[in-house]
Design a protein around this ligand. Structure first.
Ligand code: LM2
Ligand code: CA
Length: 495
């Protein structure tokens, strides 16, 4: 389940958090396919609750399932199918955020206090009632027998049982050991597989037993052979937040797909913020600090939709500007794991919903609009980190580096440079003064455009040009707190 199922020339996943299906379809065709993006992680597509909270609808309603009907704030089933078709047609795969741990918060009930559901399915999450007829689930589908309370802070250190069987922030906890529940969940996944998705990001896997997830995954079909070829299993990445010191570990999930490696983003963010030395990241990979397993085990990212909302994020986010740019660039250059780029909307309050047209429209999500330089117009409310010039160029860099080991690693205090064998070269200078040196780039002789502050455009460099000699060497100056990145994708007179 760890194979990414992306095209080999497309290596980066982007999380288009809270985007509408119609907008994602356009994005695959107009942008993602041209910038090396291999897959898009979408927000949960199943039916969810609707609420009005302070004249807004928070983003997190997407994590309170009501049924597996494919009607959500992002659009209808027909729109979802059209998006999957159009993205696959241009070689961009769809990864679905699957919420299998729970249903709505205890006490939520259709019709009570302005609470509704996106496909108008009835449901009653009253404690002990717990009915979701559109699935159907009823009280025995849930874990109340094993644990009838919320997970407490101390459980995280002491009790894997409680972390997996009790309620996560009051959300009604499904019993994935129950055969009927397994059948419903696998049915949901299989429906999406039939529609043409490439795999799943499993929400809250930390709160489900690996011994239950494995049989559910084994109940899934092979992916569509007309899109993926014969006998291809779905991609799976399990959301397991494990930064050490807890009863549940990411190591528990190694045989059932990848896990979300929160330790990677923490390490790179620390360097970007100046709390750690960039030099130390030359060992970032299997065995580097706690929780970094093999290349094929990890999905790496700098920030995600949860930790970017922390009061004091331990990772850098779009709000950190240049530090963020540097962190994401390093992730995409470095040869470890399957990288995922976060794409956000601007927010001040952590509950704030995506850009929308207000209560009168049922808080209908607005579409992004674009500037001539291809970035998103900030007036539309969307950050679109994946369209930032540096990040989109580094996604191209990643694509041509696929399968190439890091080589010719050079480090100095707070500086790191490396090649991706014959494909690319990256140098990061975390000091304030210039760094001038002759580097072995491993690239074929020629001229290459910097992709960090510029690009190859009309066969010319918009910023720095690097000349590589017949010996693969180049003299390069990297200014203080800057990066130079070149690759086969930025070669002047390239193929
Ligand atoms: C996740 N991964 O394991 C998601 O990445 C994360 O975004 C989800 O939490 C969480 N697990 C459950 O799917 C979010 C959000 C919570 C929110 C839940 C459910 O961070 O704040 O909880 O979704 O919508 C909300 C309220 C909370 C309330 C709960 C139940 O914020 O105060 O708890 O609903 O009614 C009483
Ligand atoms: Ca659970």
């Amino acid at each position: 389940y760890d194979r990414t199922n992306t095209l080999s020339s497309r290596q980066t996943m982007v999380h288009l958090f809270e985007w509408k299906w119609t907008d994602i379809a356009n994005e695959c065709e107009n942008f993602l396919q041209n910038y090396g993006y291999g897959a898009v992680q979408i927000s949960p597509p199943m039916e969810h609750i609707t609420i009005n909270q302070n004249n807004d609808m928070p983003w997190w309603v997407r994590y309170q399932p009501v049924s597996y009907k494919l009607d959500s704030r992002s659009g209808t089933e027909a729109e979802l199918q059209d998006m999957i078709n159009r993205c696959n047609k241009v070689g961009v795969r769809v990864v679905v955020d699957a919420v299998m741990n729970h249903m709505v918060g205890v006490g939520e009930r259709q019709g009570a206090d302005g609470v509704g559901s996106t496909a108008n399915s009835a449901f009653d999450g009253t404690d002990g009632v717990e009915t979701f007829p559109s699935v159907p689930y009823a009280a025995p589908s849930f874990n109340d027998q094993r644990c009838h309370r919320d997970i407490q802070d101390s459980d995280y250190q002491n009790s894997a049982e409680n972390v997996r069987n009790c309620r996560l922030v009051g959300l009604l906890d499904l019993d994935q050991g129950n055969q009927a529940v397994r059948t419903s969940l696998a049915g949901y996944l299989n429906k999406l597989i039939d529609m043409g998705v490439a795999g799943f990001r499993f929400d809250a896997s930390k709160h489900m037993w690996p011994g239950d997830l494995m049989p559910i995954l084994n109940m899934t079909k092979n992916l569509r052979s007309d899109i993926f070829g014969a006998n291809v299993r779905p991609f799976a990445v399990h959301e397991v937040i494990d930064r050490g010191g807890e009863a549940v570990t990411c190591g528990d999930y190694l045989n059932i797909g990848r896990y979300t490696n929160f330790n990677f983003g923490a390490a790179v963010s620390n360097a970007a913020k100046g709390y750690a030395n960039w030099q130390s990241l030359s060992h970032l990979g299997p065995g580097y600090s706690y929780g970094n397993y093999e290349d094929h085990d990890v999905l790496n990212f700098i920030d995600n939709h949860d930790n970017q909302r922390d009061d004091n994020p331990y990772v850098v986010t779009y709000k950190n500007g240049d530090q963020y740019r540097m962190a994401v660039a390093f992730m995409l250059a470095w040869s470890y794991g399957y990288p995922r780029v976060m794409s956000s909307f601007y927010f001040n309050d952590h509950n704030q919903g995506p850009p929308n047209n207000g209560a009168g429209s049922g808080f209908a999500t607005r579409s992004p609009t674009f500037n001539p330089d291809l970035t998103c117009n900030s007036d539309s409310g969307w950050v679109c980190e994946h369209r930032w010039p540096t990040i989109r160029q580094m996604s191209l860099f990643r694509s041509v580096s696929s399968g190439r080991a890091a080589a010719e690693v050079v480090t100095q205090s707070n500086r790191i440079a490396f090649a991706r064998e014959s494909a690319a070269f990256f140098a990061l200078n975390g000091q304030s003064g210039d760094w001038t040196q002759t580097f072995q780039t491993t690239l074929p002789p020629g001229e290459y455009c910097d992709q960090y502050n510029g690009a190859l455009d009309n066969n010319q460099c918009t910023s720095l040009k690097v000349s590589v000699g017949f010996d693969g060497k180049a003299v390069i100056t990297i200014k203080g707190n800057q990066v130079v990145a070149v690759s086969q994708a930025s070669r002047v007179d390239g193929p």
